[in-house]
Design a protein around this ligand. Structure first.
Ligand SMILES: NC(=O)c1ccc[n+]([C@@H]2O[C@H](COP(=O)([O-])OP(=O)(O)OC[C@H]3O[C@@H](n4cnc5c(N)ncnc54)[C@H](OP(=O)(O)O)[C@@H]3O)[C@@H](O)[C@H]2O)c1
Length: 333
């Protein structure tokens, strides 16, 4: 039985869900992959916990964390084979996740990114570092999580040329557009209600301005389709200026609006962007309602593939990251 030590950086909603799910699946990893998976380190921005033999449920509570135990030293002080990065997303600087992922890959450890910042900021550099050190850098949690996107491109469509991708990749925006369409709300009221329900952030601009969609699309293009796009290469629009009058016009015309990340291959490369698109009610995208997400991929040889989904958060995102862990265990068995 091979021992696998896992560290989690970023111990908020998602990091905690990853820890709980990982501990509950230890017997599964033993049975399927002959892998003795232990959680050896966790940290937030101000506190953390390390145990070389593995942390149990009891040590994961907030008040059990050691103050001051955070940062890259945590990775250096614990036995770690796989890092799961679940800290904040900062696509302008890479955020703390950039340092964690870089340090892990440089030390020959596998990394599973849930935060998107580092992958947007320097995906190419991180990929090269992983290749040089012959370790995996997995990204399902950062690319719409439970919705299969990167796996679809990398595994399921292997050998095909991807001609076009369209994605409803941001749950908050889709929820807001659905609420505006179904309840006749204006944007501000739909947003207020979503914030009260904990669906939208206090500052929703990353989601409603199209930036979350743009980040996911860029990561998919660069990791899944061999592109080398920067955020500046994408034209990015959002939904914050959609009015009730527009919604009414679209409804009367039988159209349904969606915030869509899109990319297409043309003679001079891949072109990508984020914009509001309208679809006839019979189109599969028109039926993707509420917090659901979807991706539609058009290929040369396998035709058009559509995936739609939404799981309960943060569990679904945690499960996506642990799917990546299983793929690493499977490959290295
Ligand atoms: N929520 C979802 O459903 C979802 C889905 C897909 C992807 N994601 C991504 O997952 C990540 C985490 O989301 P979340 O909802 O769990 O956010 P969250 O609840 O705000 O948690 C973020 C965590 O990161 C920690 N952190 C901040 N700076 C750090 C540092 N320098 N070192 C170590 N940890 C640090 C915070 O620590 P403190 O508590 O000490 O400040 C907190 O524990 C984000 O990047 C998000 O984009 C989330």
């Amino acid at each position: 039985m091979r021992r696998w030590n896992v560290a989690i950086t970023g111990f908020g909603r998602v990091g905690k869900a990853v820890a709980a799910l990982l501990l509950s699946r230890r017997a599964r990893y033993q049975a399927l992959y002959e892998a003795d998976v232990r959680l050896t380190a966790i940290c937030g921005s101000r506190a953390g916990s390390i145990n070389d033999d593995g942390l149990g449920e009891g040590r994961l509570a907030e008040n059990e964390l050691t103050p001051g135990l955070s940062g890259i030293t945590v990775l250096a002080s614990a036995p770690v084979d796989v890092l799961i990065e679940a800290g904040p997303t900062d696509f302008r600087t890479g955020g703390p996740g950039y340092g964690y992922i870089k340090a892990a890959l440089a030390a020959g450890r596998h990394a599973i990114a849930i935060s998107k910042g580092a992958l947007v900021f320097d995906g190419r550099g991180l990929r090269a570092l992983a290749e040089r050190n012959e370790v995996s850098l997995k990204i399902s949690g950062a690319t719409a999580a439970a919705l299969p996107t990167i796996d679809l491109l990398e595994y399921n469509l292997a050998g095909c040329e991807v001609l076009r991708v369209e994605g409803i990749l941001n749950a908050t925006s889709n929820h807001l557009l659905t609420a505006m369409a179904e309840q006749g709300l204006d944007f501000a009221e739909a947003l207020r209600r979503a914030q009260r329900a904990g669906i939208a952030e206090a500052d929703p601009s990353f989601d409603t301005g199209g930036w979350d969609t743009a980040c996911k699309l860029l990561i998919l293009a660069n990791f899944g389709l061999g592109a080398d796009l920067a955020l500046d290469d994408l034209s990015v629009g959002g939904i914050q200026n959609v009015t009730r009058a527009q919604m009414e016009e679209w409804r009367a015309a039988g159209l349904v609006p969606k915030l869509v990340g899109h990319l297409a291959r043309s003679g001079d490369g891949l072109h990508a962007g984020v914009e509001l698109r309208t679809y006839p009610a019979s189109d599969a995208f028109a039926l993707v309602q509420g917090k659901n997400k979807a991706i539609r991929v058009t290929t040369d040889a396998m035709g058009e593939i559509l995936a739609v989904g939404c799981g309960p958060e943060p569990m679904a995102t945690a499960a996506a990251a642990l799917k990546d862990l299983e793929h690493i265990l499977m490959r290295r068995r």
